[in-house]
Design a protein around this ligand. Structure first.
Ligand code: ZN
Length: 100
C-alpha cells in the first residue's frame, strides 16, 4: 500500500495524468503515462487498460493505481490538459490502441 501511494504521488507530481480534448466536438480521452506505456483511462466506466486493472477485474475489483491517481489528480486539479483537433481523433485512438 505504501508502495502504491508513492507511485500515485509520482504520477501526480510529474503530471502524468493527461486529458486530451478534441475540438470542436469536445470529446475527451484520459490517459496516464506509465513507465513503459501510456494507458487509457475511462473514469466513467471505471476502466484502465493496464495489466493490474485486468487482473484485479478478474477478482471483481475494478481498480489500479492509475485510477486512484486519476481520482486524486482530478480532486487536486492536476490533470494536464492537451487540446487536439477532431481530425486527429482517429489517429490518436489507433496509436493508443496499438500500444496496448
Ligand atoms: Zn491502470
Amino acid at each position: 500500500m505504501t508502495k502504491d501511494l508513492g507511485k500515485i504521488e509520482t504520477v501526480i507530481s510529474e503530471k502524468r495524468i493527461k486529458l486530451h480534448i478534441f475540438e470542436p466536438s469536445q470529446r475527451k480521452i484520459w490517459t496516464v503515462v506509465g513507465k513503459e506505456k501510456e494507458y487509457w483511462i475511462e473514469p466513467v466506466l471505471n476502466f484502465c487498460s493496464c495489466e493490474s486493472f485486468y487482473f484485479n477485474s478478474i477478482i471483481g475489483k475494478n481498480d489500479c493505481y492509475h485510477l486512484q491517481s486519476f481520482a486524486l489528480a482530478q480532486k487536486e486539479n492536476k490533470v494536464e490538459q492537451i487540446k487536439f483537433s477532431d481530425d486527429e481523433f482517429s489517429d490518436f485512438i489507433s496509436g493508443l490502441v496499438s500500444d496496448l
